[in-house]
Design a protein around this ligand. Structure first.
Ligand SMILES: [Cu+2]
Length: 146
């Protein structure tokens, strides 16, 4: 191997490592968005967020172009009654995982802009300290899960 070629390879590795920014190391898996139930105007999103960075990450806002509002919620039990409250932020420690699921934290999508039917595409933009996570999926039926 010539010196020039070696330098070239080293340079390419350097560029690759410079490009690995924080947002690419935060991953969303198990994304499910359920359409509003008949007679309601709220959809709900569940997912798992994995923070593979070396930093604590704070999520503060969620947007969806298909809905008027999007909020981070948490279900709590007060005197045996299940209630939802809005969270200002969700923090995930370095290397940690946070699960949004039924009965726990979730993303509430309020007032669909168009008629949301099962199979429509829905996009979520989840903003954090270092950028945003953008994911798109097909909206599911909440009763059948399909
Ligand atoms: Cu909620």
């Amino acid at each position: 191997m010539t010196n020039t070629r070696l330098i070239c390879i080293l340079f390419m590795i350097l560029i690759a490592s410079c490009n690995s920014n924080t947002s690419s190391s935060v991953e969303i898996t198990s994304l499910r968005v359920f359409a509003p139930l008949p007679g309601t105007n709220t959809a709900v999103a569940y997912m798992t967020i994995v923070n593979k960075t070396d930093n604590l990450i704070t999520f503060r806002k969620v947007h969806s172009p298909e809905f008027e509002h999007a909020e981070i919620h948490e279900n709590t039990l007060e005197n045996g009654i299940s209630r939802m409250r809005r969270l200002d932020k969700v923090t995930i420690s370095e290397g940690d995982t946070v699960i949004f699921n039924a009965g726990g934290m979730h993303i509430m999508l309020v007032e669909p802009r168009e008629d949301m039917v099962v199979g429509s595409h829905v996009t979520l933009q989840i903003l954090h300290d270092y950028g945003e996570l953008k994911v798109t999926t097909k909206i599911l039926n909440r009763l059948s899960g399909k």
